[in-house]
Design a protein. Structure first.
Length: 75
């Protein structure tokens, strides 16, 4: 999946949670935050607008579907 560098501001507590969770899962904080953002978007009902599928968009959709499946499995 394509990545883009961004600057974020997080409160220190949220960053600490993210750092601990990322470490527990053996992934980078950036990767953990990316997955968490995607899961939260799915959980709150985000659905991407239909647009002509491109390779990156297809990968993004597959990852979104996987996140949605994970959420359903968690109850």
């Amino acid at each position: 999946m394509a990545t883009r560098k961004v600057t974020l501001s997080l409160d220190s507590g949220a960053l600490e949670f993210a750092e601990r969770a990322a470490k527990a899962h053996g992934i980078s904080v950036s990767s953990w935050l990316s997955k968490a953002a995607r899961r939260e978007a799915v959980r709150t009902g985000y659905t991407p607008q239909k647009a002509p599928a491109q390779p990156a968009a297809e990968r993004d959709e597959a990852e979104r579907s996987a996140a949605e499946k994970d959420l359903r499995a968690q109850g």
